[in-house]
Design a protein around this ligand. Structure first.
Ligand SMILES: [Zn+2]
Length: 499
């Protein structure tokens, strides 16, 4: 690297802070100590917090462990049936507060059936009641149940001025790493002034507040307006749903990608970001002086890698295939994508990939747990299989609802609506029950589990229970077929339809 690479790209003073090139909160594991001074590294923390907050739900669902943290992410969402807050992590969804399931007057007091997120919460509740002068008598031993959730709703929207600002800052850092001399030539000055201005607003929590009296924030907003003058008043980063057609696929199953480049033909300095290969942005960082060499660097990032070196894949070409086309109005990308469903499809595809990722992970864990089965007596094997399946009610429930809803749609198309209430009954939720399901739905789940257990037992005895087979049984065609037979056949017989 050239000697110039050790000065801060914002102020020109000595650089030395160990900033994450890709935000640690999103799973970035690499640091670089030659891009910002400590003050200017810290100045961007509001933007980093903003993007981390916006993506926390996806990160939590995936089990991304933030760098410098030993625990994967937890996000909070709203449970649709009860409107209560639930915590979401890669392993489970749980309520965060005690819930009353039923209450009945008994003598001078009340009999409560309650559910708690954990033991600590239960003890705390009892203590609080006793502190208030109530006498608490446990009428039965507490038992633990998984809770089967319907949909959860995550309130955060992605993007907005600070989301775009965070994406711009990330790309600027990558650009400075790959093109240290251009980053210090003054060619990025306007872009850096913009990221500094939006970072200041984020640091003052100006992204959430619409109206404010805070003097400092008013100053920060006019500074942003001034910083945007060289860009004709338009933010130089935008949603882009038309990424380069011939781009190679991301190296990682659930990967991020940052592309930075210089096109020497007209000096365009550009960048692109794809988060989870689904949320895509482009930006124009500035114009290089005449004679700059054409080069493009693409970095794929695996947010699930625990540490280097297999957390990133970097490659470069001496061409500018991803150069950007500044749209007439930069909001068009998102507006169009929302209008024609492109963004919805991108999210659906992302969710499909996340589901597949979870299934592969589950199959791996189950294959380890079930490995001893083949050497056990049939009785022991069955007990072990039951235990493993008891730990996966949400996954089995996912299969149950998939087959029942699939049949429901087919029946409506075939003018057999009479069966619809029966099918709905099979999977009816009851938010107030201990496990979240109606009695009938609970029975449906038991049927499905038993059918899967029988098949797993048979495969195990025959020596066929590979990891791939487990994935098939727990979420793909073969498993769905077995679940469908078990839960739908009795219903269809009643209606004189062949299963
Ligand atoms: Zn500085």
């Amino acid at each position: 690297m050239a000697k110039t690479a050790k000065t801060c790209i914002v102020c020109g003073q000595v650089a030395g802070s160990k900033e994450h090139v890709f935000p640690a909160a999103l799973g970035g594991r690499r640091t670089n100590s030659g891009i910002y001074c400590t003050e200017h590294d810290n100045s961007y923390s509001g933007l980093v917090n903003e993007i981390a907050g916006q993506l926390d739900f996806l990160n939590a669902y995936l089990g991304v462990r933030p760098d410098h943290s030993s625990r994967p992410k937890i996000a909070y969402a709203e449970h649709m049936l009860t409107g209560e807050t639930v915590s979401v992590s890669a392993d489970e969804i749980r309520f965060t507060k005690p819930r009353i399931i039923s209450r009945n007057p008994v003598g001078d007091g009340e009999a409560l059936q309650m559910s708690f997120p954990n033991q600590h919460s239960a003890k705390q509740f009892i203590k609080d009641m006793e502190d208030k002068g109530h006498t608490v008598v446990l009428q039965s031993k507490p038992s633990t149940h998984p809770y089967i959730t319907g949909s959860v709703h995550h309130k955060r929207a992605f993007g907005g001025p600070c989301g775009l600002g965070a994406v711009a800052y990330m790309t600027q850092t990558f650009f400075a790493q790959e093109f240290p001399e251009i980053a210090r030539s003054g060619a990025l000055s306007n872009f850096i002034a913009y990221t500094q201005a939006i970072a200041k607003i984020a640091a003052l929590s100006g992204c959430e507040q619409k109206t404010e009296k805070l003097e400092e924030l008013i100053g920060a907003r006019s500074a942003l307006t001034a910083a945007l003058v060289p860009f004709d008043g338009v933010v130089p980063v935008w949603w882009d749903f038309g990424p380069p057609a011939d781009a190679r696929p991301n190296k990682f199953e659930i990967g991020h990608r940052v592309t930075v480049g210089v096109d020497g033909s007209d000096g365009q300095l550009y960048g692109r970001v794809e988060l989870f290969s689904a949320l895509t942005f482009s930006m124009r960082l500035g114009t290089a002086t005449l004679g700059a060499a054409t080069r493009e660097v693409v970095v794929d990032i695996d947010p699930l890698a625990e540490h280097p070196p297999h957390d990133i894949e970097r490659y470069q070409v001496l061409a500018a295939p991803s150069r950007v086309h500044v749209p007439q109005r930069t909001t068009e990308g998102l507006a169009e994508a929302l209008a024609n469903g492109t963004q919805t499809r991108a999210f659906e595809k992302l969710l499909e990939r996340l589901t597949e990722h979870q299934l592969v992970k589950l199959a791996h864990a189950m294959s380890i747990a079930l490995a001893p089965c083949s050497t056990m007596s049939p009785l022991e094997a069955r007990a072990s299989i039951d235990k493993v399946l008891d730990g996966q009610p949400q996954q089995i429930w996912r299969m149950v609802t998939f087959v029942v809803q699939g049949l429901r749609e087919a029946m409506i198309k075939g003018n057999l609506e009479a069966i619809v209430p029966v099918l709905d009954g099979l999977i009816a939720h009851d938010a107030q029950s201990a496990i979240g399901l109606s009695r009938q739905a609970e029975a449906t789940l038991v049927l499905a589990k038993a059918a899967l257990a029988a098949q797993i037992e048979e495969d195990c005895a025959a020596g066929l229970l590979t990891e791939v087979r487990i994935a098939e049984l727990m979420g793909r065609g073969p498993g769905l077929h077995i679940v469908g037979q078990a839960v739908l056949a009795p219903v269809l017989e009643g209606f004189g339809v062949a299963a």
